[in-house]
Design a protein. Structure first.
Length: 266
């Protein structure tokens, strides 16, 4: 879902659209009920296109409109009309419930930064990193770290790897996530002594992952930008990831490595 307006307005409008659809159950006959449904659709189509930047729901509703418009009024049409009403009321209620569940997530304050796995492994330790510099905001401004669940999974894989530094860092970061209660199911966890919060962003029930992990993390950052209606910064210590992110329209910032020498020239 790509919201054009704040989540409260979107919920209120969808609730009204669903209630108005329920009124289409009444009528003196099939023809009147069909015409009532079509009048409702004409208004609902415009409202859905105003609410969502993507037109998936409006396109699906158009298909239903064609079924209702072409219904055979001589062959028990009420069954089809009732099914279309029931199906769309259920769909609207499902979207409303999803938005209500997301509302606290959407409305949390702070400049959003989505770190990829390299930011946690290659950069300074995440509780000490100057995230305000990465986000491009004042040192006192709140930064909100939103970590895609795939990043957690990649850290889980890295903690089992060979060598000392990378597995140790991955285990430490995961332990600190858990210690901070950065579960993504409750309020955002605060990093002590810093104007920075952190939370894990899980996959939705119907989300289908991209086959390439970097593309998936970028898609999750884009989805966060769309659902919150805010600018999102993708932070990575790998240049390839930065180029991929910028190509999709995201703002991307490099996480410095502790051994980087900023004064080194060509």
């Amino acid at each position: 879902m790509r919201l054009r307006h704040n989540v409260g307005y979107t919920i209120e409008t969808l609730t009204r659209v669903a209630n108005e659809l329920g009124n289409c159950r009444s009528g003196n006959g099939p023809a009147e009920r069909r015409d009532s449904w079509l009048r409702w659709w004409s208004t609902a189509d415009a409202q859905l296109r105003n609410l969502f930047a993507d037109n998936d729901m409006a396109a699906s509703l158009y298909v239903s409109q064609e079924k209702v418009r072409d219904v055979n009024l001589e062959a028990l049409p009420l069954g089809l009309l009732n099914r279309e009403v029931d199906a769309w009321v259920d769909r609207f209620e499902g979207v409303i419930a999803e938005l209500q569940a997301l509302q606290p997530f959407i409305e949390r304050p702070g400049q959003i930064v989505v770190p990829d796995t390299s930011a946690f492994i290659e950069g300074p330790y995440f509780t000490e990193l100057a995230w305000q510099d990465i986000a491009g905001v004042a040192s006192t401004e709140l930064v909100r770290l939103i970590v895609p669940i795939l990043v957690v999974e990649e850290l889980d894989d890295l903690k089992r790897g060979r060598g000392d530094r990378v597995p140790h860092r991955a285990r430490s970061v995961l332990h600190r996530f858990w210690e901070l209660h950065a579960s993504g199911t409750g309020p955002a966890a605060e990093i002590p002594g810093r104007p920075v919060t952190i939370e894990v962003f899980g996959d939705g029930q119907w989300h289908v992952r991209r086959p390439v992990n970097d593309d998936e993390i970028i898609e999750r950052a884009t989805a966060i930008a769309e659902v919150t209606g805010r600018d999102v910064v993708l932070a990575a210590a790998d240049y390839a990831m930065l180029y991929r992110a910028v190509a999709t329209g995201l703002k991307a910032e490099l996480v410095p490595r502790p051994d980087d020498d900023a004064a080194t020239g060509p």
